[in-house]
Design a protein around this ligand. Structure first.
Ligand code: SAH
Ligand code: SF4
Length: 350
């Protein structure tokens, strides 16, 4: 199989072109073609001589993702696409529009980083399917490019990238980081670090490593419980990296990047939506640059828990805020098209 061109960084393209006897500025033209013009076929690289265009097309694949079924939510604000990978499995990517009255609209793409996930969180559809394989950096990038191009065609532009689709980004650390760096590259798409959010189940060593990358990426931690017993029953990885260790790593992250860390919490009725859990959480986060996002659980087939009610969610939020911890209640976007958190790829159907 040909290597996907989005797997290459600029230096690799420069090096390859040098071995082909091409001047180095051709590498910049290719980079601009990929990341500024968003060209997706070798023929489109009209800035290059025909022979080089042909060679590029012979040597590299310009797409690994075969677009399948697209589902759009009835409010028109969320859409999900199923992409088939060359070796067979499928992943999903979600686009969310956030219209604002007084400032520029936000258009956020939610990308997958793996096919399936090895972490097995009880309430998550991706976890319930198990792990198939990592995505390459290029396969992560191609999901972003797909929607960047679609938006550009409609006169809009992509504003944010969240790594909250299928998979655990820090279990696929190098590819995730390479994808961010390539999209962030000043000669290409120039997406600033603050426009990315990496969501992790709490792999403490990788959080620490990420803190040292010199990026200003937002970090979101899937916490979901304020004591180890409850958290381990929902997120098995907690046995390896208990809450205290995850939070220590988060403090290092906030310190190094000066970014506020977000804690994610899927509210399961009568399980983790109690005022007692809220107060425990507030104690854990005291003094930290933090914010809590709660979302009512999206029910999945293999998990018995129920979604919280609006009233209980509001009470949870109030208990946190009374204790000085900012908290937002998130809407469950896209659940009617199975594009909600934890629902991705739970239902195939090309
Ligand atoms: N593996 C990463 C990112 C992918 S999951 C992580 O766990 O953070 C993205 C988010 O969806 C996480 O916060 C995860 O806990 C949440 N999530 C998973 N299943 C869910 C469900 N059924 N209802 C609500 N949120 C869910
Ligand atoms: Fe994996 Fe995240 Fe789902 Fe847990 S919540 S199984 S880490 S994708």
């Amino acid at each position: 199989m040909k290597n996907l061109i989005y797997n290459l960084d600029l230096e690799t393209i420069q090096h390859t072109l040098a071995t082909w006897g091409e001047p180095s500025y051709r590498a910049d033209q290719i980079w601009k073609g990929l990341y500024q013009h968003l060209w997706t076929k070798a023929e489109q690289f009209t800035t290059l001589p025909l022979a080089l265009r042909n060679k590029l097309g012979q040597e590299y694949a310009f797409s690994h993702l075969q677009a399948g079924k697209v589902l759009r939510a009835s409010d028109g604000l969320t859409e999900k696409i199923l992409f088939r990978l060359p070796d067979g499995p499928a992943i999903e990517t979600v686009l969310m529009h956030y219209p604002f009255r007084n400032r520029q609209d936000r258009h956020t793409v939610c990308v997958s980083t793996q096919v399936g996930c090895a972490l097995g969180c009880a309430f998550c559809a991706t976890g319930q399917m198990g792990f198939n394989r990592h995505l390459s950096s290029g396969e992560i990038i191609e999901q972003v490019i797909y929607y960047a191009r679609q938006l550009a065609e409609g006169g809009q532009s992509l504003t944010n990238v969240v790594m909250m689709g299928m998979g655990e980004p820090f279990h696929n650390y190098d590819a995730t980081l390479d994808a961010i760096r390539r999209l962030n590259h000043p000669g290409g798409m120039k997406m600033g670090g603050r426009r990315f959010t990496v969501s992790t189940v709490g792999l403490a060593p990788e959080i620490r490593r990420f803190a040292k990358e010199g990026l200003q990426v937002n970090l979101a931690i899937s916490l979901h419980a304020a004591d180890d017993e409850l958290r381990s029953s929902m997120l098995p990885i907690n046995a390896k990296y208990p809450i205290r260790e995850v939070l220590n790593a988060c403090r290092e992250y906030a310190e190094a990047t000066k970014r506020r860390v977000t804690f994610e919490w899927a509210l399961v009725k009568d399980v983790n939506d109690t005022p007692k859990q809220a107060r425990k959480l507030a104690r854990l986060l005291r003094g930290m640059l933090a914010h809590v996002n709660v979302i009512p659980l999206n029910p999945t087939n293999k998990f018995d828990g129920e979604a919280t009610t609006e009233k209980r969610a509001t009470a949870f939020q109030a208990a946190l805020e009374e204790n000085g911890i900012p908290c937002s209640i998130r809407l469950r976007r896209g659940i009617e098209i199975q594009a909600g958190c934890g629902q991705l790829a739970s239902r195939r159907g090309y």
